[in-house]
Ligand binder design. Structure first.
Ligand SMILES: NC(=O)c1ccc[n+]([C@@H]2O[C@H](COP(=O)([O-])OP(=O)(O)OC[C@H]3O[C@@H](n4cnc5c(N)ncnc54)[C@H](OP(=O)(O)O)[C@@H]3O)[C@@H](O)[C@H]2O)c1
Length: 256
């Protein structure tokens, strides 16, 4: 077995939504594997703090402002990242929001916000990354953070589930179109993971009862996505593209 199989030494990775939750963990995991990491998002203070922590542990990190719903900040963010770290080899398309309301009640503006962030935002960033990799003639790995709600549904989060189903199909479409450029596009579909997005929900009656339906009887920890992330980011997955790796404690095999 090649012990450098999962190494990201010499690579530059960008993580969107790296200011909290999964994105924050992903940035640390990639840096620990040897990548220079560009942490993006809107909350610069949190991004700067994360960079200090990563560099104090010997990693290389840069904080860059990027709102995935704003084309201009996406282009500017890539420009800034390239000036400091060169072309991005690995993109983790992680930014996302949820909105809990029934499909009958939800305001069109809330619907649009979720789709624009989770689906169109991911495409905006992937496209910018793809264009630059193709121009530089470099191979790349794009990892979209989908969800098990892209495959099965629960009540009250229609635009979220629809955006994640779209992200799964975007993964397949871009994999098909970009294979010729040696850009691999895969996704991780997490189950319920303990982050700011749903920490409060897990404490409610509905949240506790949901956890009993997970075959492993618990929600996941952000660190438990590290294996799938390193697999898809590194050459260990050199023959994988268009794949969606589920990490959910078996939840998809049960009732959501
Ligand atoms: N936690 C789970 O159980 C779970 C399960 C499946 C999938 N996921 C997915 O995992 C991803 C991360 O979620 P999380 O659980 O870590 O939640 P989180 O802690 O709320 O993190 C969401 C991140 O998205 C960023 N973001 C939101 N809107 C943005 C925008 N317009 N532009 C740029 N960044 C934006 C936020 O950064 P700023 O506010 O700084 O911009 C934040 O860092 C999401 O795509 C989510 O759908 C989570």
């Amino acid at each position: 077995m090649n012990d450098t199989l999962f190494s990201l030494s010499g690579r530059t990775a960008m993580v969107t939504g790296a200011s909290s939750g999964l994105g924050r963990t992903f940035a640390s995991v990639l840096a620990a594997a040897g990548a220079s990491v560009v942490l993006t998002g809107r909350r610069m203070e949190l991004l700067e703090q994360a960079c200090v922590e990563i560099t104090s542990q010997g990693g290389e990190a840069l904080a860059v402002n990027m709102d995935v719903t704003d084309e201009k900040t996406v282009t500017q963010g890539f420009d800034e990242a390239e000036r400091s770290c060169g072309c991005i080899d690995i993109l983790v398309n992680n930014s996302g929001i949820a909105h809990g309301e029934s499909a009958l009640e939800i305001a069109p503006s809330d619907w649009d916000r979720v789709i624009d962030t989770n689906l169109r935002g991911a495409w905006r960033v992937a496209r910018e990354s793809g264009k630059r990799l193709i121009k530089a003639g470099k191979p790349g790995s794009i990892i979209n953070i989908a969800s098990i709600l892209g495959f099965r549904v629960i009540k009250g989060v229609a635009p979220y589930a629809i955006s994640k189903a779209g992200l799964v199909q975007m993964t397949h479409s871009l994999a098909l179109e970009w294979s010729r450029y040696a850009i691999r596009v895969n996704a991780i579909a997490p189950g319920f993971i303990n982050t700011d997005m749903n920490r409060e929900f897990f404490k409610t009656e509905a949240g506790l009862s949901m956890q009993k339906r997970i075959p492993m009887r618990r929600v996941g920890d952000p660190d438990e996505l590290a294996g799938a992330l390193l697999l898809l980011a590194s050459d260990a997955s050199s023959y994988m593209t268009g794949s969606v790796v589920t990490v959910d404690g078996g939840h998809l095999q049960s009732t959501l």
